[in-house]
Design a protein around this ligand. Sequence first.
Ligand SMILES: Nc1ncnc2c1ncn2[C@@H]1O[C@H](COP(=O)(O)OP(=O)(O)O)[C@@H](O)[C@H]1O
Ligand SMILES: [Mg+2]
Length: 338
Amino acid sequence: MVGEHLLEVKNLKTTFLTEMGSVVAVDGMSLHVDYGETLGLVGESGCGKSVTAESIMRLLDERTTKYEGEILFKGQDLLSLPEKKMVDIRGNEIAMIFQDAMTSLNPVYTIGNQIVETILTHQKVSKKEAYEKAIEMLRLTGIPSPEKRILEYPHEISGGMRQRVMIAMALSCKPSLLIADEPTTALDVTIQAQILDVINELKKELNMGVIMITHDLGVVAEVCTRVAVMYLGQVIEEAPVDNIFTNSLHPYTKGLLKSIPKIEGDRNKKLYTIEGIVPSLHNIPKGCRFAPRCSFADEQCRTQSPVLKETDGGHKVRCWHYEKIGQMEEKIDVTATS
Ligand SMILES: Nc1ncnc2c1ncn2[C@@H]1O[C@H](COP(=O)(O)OP(=O)(O)O)[C@@H](O)[C@H]1O
Ligand SMILES: [Mg+2]
């Protein structure tokens, strides 16, 4: 259909029913991803990035989770599909990879067996074809001598190799959407760069849409075309990747940018961190959710919630004072007064 996105999330709200009452972990989230593009989803730990991903895949326990809004994948609303249809979509059309490959791989099966099983579950091919495909996928992720590796067990290979195996497994059915939840967080910097390259290459090869979840803006700079910054269950800024780095408008985004380690910088200089912590979902601040940590916050910020407003060229921001803050580039100090 003309003008249809690969994935379009509209006003998603994910509520958990907990013993301490219900909490809204994702609140009014809208985003879209097209074929061949990588959307970065960033924010500190606890902002709702994983819950967003798990909602798209409908992986959360449906007895204690309520979803509202729409998740349109190729035009059909995943939230209204029967679970049986979702099983077909998961792993086949939408694949997900996680931070810790060890938890996604089964220690008692060889790497080959696991990839072959995945392929056989989703595709009508012979065992021999599945085996050949598994080797091809491992080769695509840059694993040397895949025909030997395929006989090994997860604990016999390094963390970086395990991550490649998980990617090979996730992409073996050639999904159109890949959700990568902090896929390189547990890896050292060199391996991290290699894995990001692999994801980038495969994205081009398969023309997939990718959602790259990370708390690391360095990763975003490396692979993303567009970025959505989340804070406490909401998108607070969204823009093409270059705008995020050169023309960010939200004090929270500016804080995240200031906390990126610079390789050439003074190593002894203490790394900047945004003051304070992400508040509990049981205690969401009134007005702007970031106000208690923001040095620009005034009475309006503390009492009225700003809406996500489009400024120009696909740049959106949720802040009462973005015009002023956007212009204050040089003098900016987002450290909350303490
Ligand atoms: N099953 C659950 N029940 C209740 N709260 C949850 C559940 N899963 C996640 N949360 C809460 O939702 C918020 C967002 O979590 P998450 O999406 O994991 O953050 P992150 O951005 O680090 O991925 C956190 O406050 C977390 O404690
Ligand atoms: Mg997470």
